[in-house]
Write a protein that binds this ligand. Structure first.
Ligand SMILES: Cc1cc2nc3c(=O)[nH]c(=O)nc-3n(C[C@H](O)[C@H](O)[C@H](O)COP(=O)(O)O)c2cc1C
Length: 366
């Protein structure tokens, strides 16, 4: 099964299944000399961890990371960094019925069609638990970005029908609710809505918005590795993602050119834009403004409500799923969005270093 490696220069390969012995990532291409310890990675894994409140799966995992290689005396050595998280709570019996029938909204049917065989324990590679490797690898990328003064921050913009308009953002309130919504009143409405979903044995979806600050202009490789194309790929590689838009996104399709173009102006010899409808990217290259994009997540597919489906031997059946599942994926996916963004940015930042001959001659002192 190919497809588990992401990036060209800063490369991560994630491995492991939901109910296997462990899960992790190998990072190849991380520069030597970055100070790195387990706590640098653990703080991001803790944000993804299950069992944090009543809206997240009750699966009991500490998700403790171990650095197996690539770090010596607290610094990266330039060799592959291998990170391991052991699975502790693997109660496969919760998932017994998945072996014999296809869960609607899951990858059971497509994995069976493709491989003729699948690891049905909790979805195997298609499980949300696969994102542990991305978060661990992305934590290292975030640390590298912080060395360059670049920040990546994501938050919940919408849960179900409750979408916070950007004019109502109050970022100080994000810490005060379990959904990381930058507006407490919206978070309360979202909470009532989710309680109703849970009573109905149902689930909900939502939207995560992400902002990148301080990214220099010039990042992104035309034509197939444009920054926006790479971000879209990174986001769509996350399970349950169904939509992506950058800047004004789909709204740009309904505005006029005179409204949508961001006018340039100059001040003290520097070039700025008056607005940022483009979301900080022009022609697939960062323009020095904040990067802003949104990712839409579908409702959690595992629901206790009865659903029609088919067994792997082709008989009609009825299924209701009583495992341990999040009624909403969004809050735990915020850190996945941030880390996948970081992996994308660091790879393109490194690629950009060879875009001009003068950079290469300066580096080699010729
Ligand atoms: C962080 C994260 C956690 C997830 N947790 C669950 C879960 O508890 N229950 C579930 O049914 N799906 C969960 N999913 C989503 C499924 O893995 C995903 O919907 C499924 O594999 C089908 O893939 P698709 O939605 O991309 O088509 C999670 C996804 C992510 C990113």
């Amino acid at each position: 099964m190919a497809g588990s490696t992401y990036g060209n220069i800063f490369q991560v390969t994630t491995w492991g299944e939901s109910h296997g012995k462990g899960i992790g990532v190998v990072i190849d291409g991380c520069p030597a000399g970055l100070s790195l310890c387990e706590e640098d990675i653990q703080k991001y894994l803790d944000r993804r961890k299950p069992g944090q409140n009543k809206y997240t799966t009750k699966r009991n995992e500490s998700d403790t990371v171990e650095i197996l290689s690539g770090v010596f005396e607290g610094k990266t050595t330039g060799t592959p960094i291998s990170l391991l998280v052991r699975n502790e709570d693997q109660r496969s019996k919760d998932y017994g019925n998945i072996a014999s029938c296809y869960r609607p909204g899951h990858a059971d049917y497509t994995f069976d069609v493709k491989y003729g065989f699948r690891d049905y324990r909790g979805g195997g590679r298609s499980s949300g638990r696969e994102t542990i490797g991305r978060v661990a690898g992305g934590a290292v990328a975030l640390k590298l970005l912080s060395e360059l003064g670049i920040t990546v921050s994501a938050y919940t913009k919408a849960i179900g029908p409750y979408e916070i308009p950007s004019s109502a953002y109050r970022f100080s309130e994000m810490e005060e609710n379990v959904f990381c919504m930058p507006n407490l009143a919206y978070a309360e409405k979202a909470s009532e809505f989710l309680n109703q979903c849970m009573e109905n044995c149902d689930s909900a979806g939502g939207v995560i918005e992400c902002q990148v600050k301080n990214l220099p202009a010039g990042i992104g490789e035309p034509v197939f590795h444009k920054l926006d194309a790479c971000l879209a790929q990174a986001m769509f590689s996350i399970g349950a993602v169904k939509g992506f838009e950058i800047g004004d996104g789909f709204c740009a399709a309904t505005s006029c050119g005179s409204e949508n173009n961001d006018a340039f102006y100059t001040e003290n010899g520097k070039i700025y834009k008056k607005t940022n409808h483009a979301g900080g990217i022009l022609g697939g290259i960062s323009d020095g403004n904040d990067i802003i994009f949104r990712t839409a997540f579908k409702p959690t597919p595992s629901i206790a409500k009865q659903q029609n489906t088919v067994t792997s031997s082709g008989e009609n059946t009825v299924l209701s799923i009583h495992g341990r599942h999040d009624p909403i994926i969004v809050p735990r996916a915020i850190v996945v969005v941030e880390t996948m963004t970081a992996l994308t940015l660091i790879d393109l930042l490194l690629a950009n270093m060879s875009s001009r001959l003068e950079n290469i001659t300066r580096f080699y002192d010729r």
